[in-house]
Design a binder for this molecule. Sequence first.
Ligand SMILES: *Cc1c(COP(=O)(O)O)cnc(C)c1O
Length: 448
Amino acid sequence: MDWQAEDLKYIWHPCSQMKDYETLPPIVIEHGEGINLYDTNGKCYKDVISSWWCNLLGHCNPRINSAIKKQIDTLEHVIFANFSHKTVITLCQELIKVLPKGLCKFNFADNGSSAIEMSLKMSFQYHYQTGNPQKKRFMALSEAYHGETLGALAVGGVDLYSELYKPLLLDVIRIDGPDCFRCPYGKCRDNCSCECFHKAEEAFKQYADETAAIIVEPLLQGSAGMKVYPPLYLKKLRELCDKYNVHLIADEIATGYGRTGKMFAFDHARVSPDIMCLSKGLTGGYMPMAVAITTQNIYDAFYDDYLKGKAFMHSHTYAGNPLACSAAVEVLRILKDEEIIEKAQKRAKYFNQIIKEKFLPLENVGEVRSIGLINAIELVKDKETKEPLDYTKRTGYQIYKKALEKGVLLRPLGDVIYFNPPLIIEEADMDFVTDVALDCTIKQLYQN
Ligand SMILES: *Cc1c(COP(=O)(O)O)cnc(C)c1O
């Protein structure tokens, strides 16, 4: 069977111009193991983007596999209103041990965007029910990404995804967020005082009265091109939110679960958000599941006699799915038993070092930035002025195609090449994937 042709007969792939598939047909994966994916011809691809940032502990991880197998013969799913099950309760018991202080009430969904929608509605309704019905707007940072459903898209700030749909979207207050590579204040992220934070202060002065919440991707704006900013920004934001009674929503969908070197990005700032959204790493990349976790204070604003009409009338059919929960429980156990994050942090130093050594000498590399195992290489036209490459050349995409031929799955964001591998990646694979990425970058930039 020609699996590629059959795929194209039926499938409209996400986030793709399907015409591109004429020259680069879909790669049909037969099986996976660790960081390796194998296609129907047996060719191996190193999955150093964790299959859209969700695979945490390798494909077909034996421990997660057996946890799910055990669950599937016990209970596959049950309605989650009025009903519950042991696996989801265990998950909350385990998760609360590692969450930032104060987060203690768990509301489940089945994908990241839905958790974002839920947190926006939750915040709005909280203020409505605590005497502030005028607080009905949201603030978000420039170049933010929070998902693709309409509410999530509205708080997002990446025009590539949202521009066209603007007529359908909420009117969000946009704050110029940190831009450390091209810092307008001429500072450097390792020792600045977040001079850019005055933009947030100005926005709060003007709009806090009508604002329910501000949502951020803490420390790392993924889709913006793996932009990294300092923890001080979150600390300041916490103070500002407290001062103005605005909720701080942490979108830890991409940053949670050790991606930044600690369990959560907020741990670096040692403050807690009012609502935290988790998804991607939550099940190790196995099952669609998400959760919005909040405080007793927010929960209490919804707690009353039924006829008061204060309940949070939000639901997803697959909320709390037991199979997903079984994977999620096992992920937490593996992280702990095998000291995954601590060990990954040690190898992260090596990874960052070789990437800097290999890429920084190139004339068109503007910056190598990293946090945890995530490393991003921003290609520019001019190192001095940091002028971007001509985006119409699709340099990142060309490098992607070359790397695929050599068995490495990169998928750059525009002209930012990045690695966001499963936390279990070993040094030999780090050597291999960075060699391939370097070789493809040089070929594309200088030998075409
Ligand atoms: C992936 C992602 C989302 C959306 O999650 P989906 O499950 O794709 O809907 C939201 N926020 C961030 C930061 C993400 O990386």
